[in-house]
Design a protein around this ligand. Structure first.
Ligand code: SF4
Length: 158
């Protein structure tokens, strides 16, 4: 997996102060997508062990307290990205158990495959669905268009 951007201190992509990773690769091709350069799986840099380690370190940093980790993109739930992110979110929950994980995806919760659903037990907040320009509304919080849904996940959603 490649990633486009990593922000070690971010206050706009989820609640509280967060670490935010924008992964590369998305096949939804939404009209009006805010970040078309994220569609290519080869954009950006490889998400390697050093990057994983840096995020864990930042989440554990007591000088700037983070509420959690945000995964956006691109699409973190594209099957190719799930392969890489599943072991990573397990590691985050094991080594940073007090941190929450927010994830933005273009898939809807209902259409996730069994492979994608393996991520859900590690995700606290999921914002789902493609960006639909006709339903865009700048007054929405954490969402670009009204079709998208914010799920505070419970075990029954897995
Ligand atoms: S899901 Fe997000 S990144 Fe992918 S095309 Fe739609 S708006 Fe762009």
């Amino acid at each position: 997996m490649n990633y486009l951007q990593y922000y070690p201190v971010d206050i706009v992509n989820g609640e509280g102060t967060r670490c935010t990773l924008f992964v590369s690769g998305c096949e939804h091709a939404c009209k009006g997508c805010y970040n078309q350069k994220s569609w290519s799986f080869s954009a950006g840099l490889p998400f390697d062990n050093a990057m994983e380690q840096q995020i864990i370190r930042d989440l554990q940093d007591t000088r700037i307290k983070r509420q959690g980790l945000t995964l956006s993109g691109g699409d973190p739930l594209h099957p190719r990205n799930v392969e890489c992110l599943l072991p990573f979110v397990k590691r985050v929950k094991q080594q940073c158990p007090d941190k929450d994980i927010w994830l933005w995806t273009g898939y809807t919760l209902a259409e996730l495959t069994d492979q994608q659903r393996q991520m859900l037990p590690y995700i606290d907040v999921l914002i789902d669905g493609k960006f639909i320009q006709e339903q865009a509304d700048p007054s929405l919080v954490w969402r670009g268009s009204a079709n998208q849904v914010i799920y505070r996940l419970k075990e029954s959603d897995f």
